[in-house]
Design a protein around this ligand. Sequence first.
Ligand SMILES: Cc1ncc(COP(=O)(O)O)c(C=O)c1O
Length: 396
Amino acid sequence: MKIESHHGFATRQIHAGKEKNPKGALATPIYQTSTFEFDSVKHGGACFAGESEGYIYTRLGNPSLKVVEKKIASLEGGEACLAAASGMGAISSSLWTALSSGDEIIADETLYGCTYSLLAHQFRRFGIVTTFCDLSDPGNLRDALTERTKVVYFETPCNPTLKIIDIESVAGIAHAYNPAIKVFVDNTFCSPYLQTPLAAGADVIVHSATKYLNGHGDVIGGFVVSDEAFIADCTMIGLKDLTGAVMSPFNAYLIERGLKTLDLRMEKHCSNAEKIARYLLGHPAVTRVYYPGFEDFPGHETAKRQMRRFGGMIAVEFNMSRDETAAAIDNLELCVIAVSLGDAETLVEQPATMTHSTYSGEELKASGISESLVRISVGLEDAEDIIADFERVLRR
Ligand SMILES: Cc1ncc(COP(=O)(O)O)c(C=O)c1O
């Protein structure tokens, strides 16, 4: 049966992209091969010339990857998708494709630490300059745009402060200035179940599939979603030549398996996060809870409009110093101290010490990331047990 865009999310997360395979296997076979046999030199030549559809070499395409790419494209409402070896592989392969020396990026100042490092430090070495500003006020974009701007880049909710950025407003301002500007949104914190940025006017979506898309903490992977032409360039230039960041067929299989339960997992992550955020808000040891579901959280109304629910991520500050906070969370027993997010296990980390240690003290301050901030990726356990773990630690 052909799966179309009118089918529901759950139907598409299970069936989209699937091909009937010759041996009748229900699950997608893992095409664990580096290269593909040609019928003849002539056939090989036709494949290289794009005149025949056959696979050539896994860095250029593989049937296991094709299935999961089509599924993600369907869920995000995009024309095409490219799988990559990691979220950073997806981000770098697509940005290298979109940019040349002398171009400028405008990015929000709160980003995942390695993305920040790529934009703030590494691209600069090749003559690509990034201007950072607070895009939660889209007016700041107007002041930052120049004729050299080729890319506008942000996350929403941002990692780790959950700051919300209005995708429609930012994309509208960027495209009114120059329709050729590509608006990139990192949709890792939401997954397409909670938010579809292309529908709000973005041009390119990047994902760390390591997180909610796979959902089981056993894979590193990434995706780029956009129109056919840009994904073809990302495949043949960004990934094939510039980064070589190819997803392995086994990881594609695991991500496809994880995706079949994405909506169920996201619903539970969201419900658990809501309960834990409310518990933390009322606790005397807590000075601030960052959670887009609170009515007085800046950007709450935008989040309500552009997200299905408020997500599974929370950040929190306690009435303790950075070191005291670290010592306190060391005593958690059920929750795991680890970076990454979107797994079945509740993961707790201190961004200034871990995921955002690429920011200097000054840059942390400018981005609103306090040194004692704790980020919680709320897992799929019983919410009461997660709360009991925090309560035991905070009572001390
Ligand atoms: C929002 C966001 N984008 C991108 C990445 C990078 O993904 P990966 O670790 O799969 O390279 C991360 C990793 O934590 C992230 O949190």
